[in-house]
Ligand binder design. Structure first.
Ligand SMILES: Nc1nc2c(ncn2[C@@H]2O[C@H](COP(=O)(O)OP(=O)(O)O)[C@@H](O)[C@H]2O)c(=O)[nH]1
Ligand SMILES: [Mg+2]
Length: 320
């Protein structure tokens, strides 16, 4: 548990320093508690993609506390603000089950969806790698048949993760490729099936319809599958995530989010936005480009990693 927090803290050091660091800097430079300071903080929250409602909520709470406690010292403002932000994340906290340890069907079918470039293929490799480390047999299905390069990229990752891959010709019907893949997984008794899909804009109706078709295709073979449908959300692109999630969820029932690229983004506020606007849990968090850079997302761990002071991070081998 501790090592997860430490690893997470190191990996998100940049995100943390660009988001919380900017707030700390603004507070220090302003040096006094006034209206302008509050506005500056609100501005930073908004630019970090917390979303308007969340920023307003945090600022109102902070203003109330400043008034009630008659706060004059900027250090106290800093402390109160962090407490408020922590509480937002921890409110209605539910322990996420360990994504990789849950009891699952055989095969356990997971579909990865999202817009272009968010990290679907990379996330599949990371998930495959984790399951493989637990001794599970994993079959990856190349459901992104639009580009030959996509099939090629996935093959390379499958090899690195040490798992098998089913791929059809470029340009072939993705639903057919997925049908073949799931059928093969059933015949060969794989433990886990990971299905890549092409990136699609959530506003393109025909592409979203295709996702529904993929869902039906899988159900033909395994009525209760897919067991998970994960939407990959790119932390660096922020706000749009909410409308993406809503549209994808209409085409295929989502079960959770993978928040990718949380290392080195200035927009760590996305986590507040998702918490506030979506009913879907963030299940996994991507914290780098290598195959090991994925953690099960637990808000408690995240809050500890994100809000513990840098001095403590340094003691624990932090790199900032
Ligand atoms: N820094 C960082 N980069 C990531 C992460 N996940 C994916 N990427 C990068 O994002 C780019 C797009 O990833 P890819 O998996 O091809 O996205 P896809 O189009 O959704 O399949 C690649 O350059 C990845 O290395 C992450 O967690 N952190
Ligand atoms: Mg891809």
């Amino acid at each position: 548990m501790l090592s997860i927090v430490r690893n997470l803290r190191n990996k998100i050091a940049k995100t943390k320093s660009s988001f919380l660091g900017k707030i700390a800097e603004a507070i220090r430079l302003r040096g006094k508690v006034d209206e302008e300071l509050i506005e500056e903080i609100e501005d930073i929250l908004l630019r970090a993609d917390t979303g308007v409602e969340m920023a307003q909520f945090i600022i109102e709470k902070l203003s109330d506390q400043i008034r009630i406690e008659k706060i004059r010292e900027v250090e106290i403002v800093q402390q109160r603000l962090q407490e408020i932000m922590r509480n937002v994340l921890l409110q209605d906290y539910e322990q996420n089950l360990d994504f990789f340890a849950g009891a699952y069907a055989s095969p356990h079918v997971i579909v990865f969806v999202g817009v272009n470039g968010v990290g679907k293929t990379t996330s599949i490799a990371k998930v495959a790698y984790r399951f493989r480390k637990q001794g599970k047999s994993v079959l990856i299905v190349a459901g992104d048949t639009f580009r030959a390069a996509a099939i090629e990229q996935l093959s390379i990752w499958a090899e690195r993760a040490g798992c098998a891959i089913v791929k059809n010709q470029q340009g072939s019907d993705p639903a057919a490729a997925i049908y073949d893949g799931v059928q093969s997984a059933l015949a060969k008794k794989y433990d886990v099936v990971l299905i890549d899909t092409a990136g699609r804009q959530h506003t393109k109706h025909n592409l979203m319809t295709e996702l529904s078709k993929i869902d039906r295709t899988i159900k033909k073979l395994i009525p209760e599958a897919p067991h998970e449908v994960l939407l990959i959300v790119d932390s660096t692109t922020g706000q749009n995530a909410i409308s993406q999630a809503k549209s994808f969820n209409e085409a295929i029932r989502l079960t959770g989010i993978i928040l990718s690229k949380f290392d080195g983004t200035a927009k760590g506020g996305i986590i507040f936005n998702l918490k506030h606007n979506l009913d879907l849990p963030v299940k996994l968090i991507g914290i780098g480009e290598s195959i090991e850079d994925l953690e099960c997302f637990d808000i408690q761990d995240f809050v500890t990693a994100f809000f513990t002071s840098d001095t403590k991070a340094d003691e624990n081998g932090g790199d900032d």
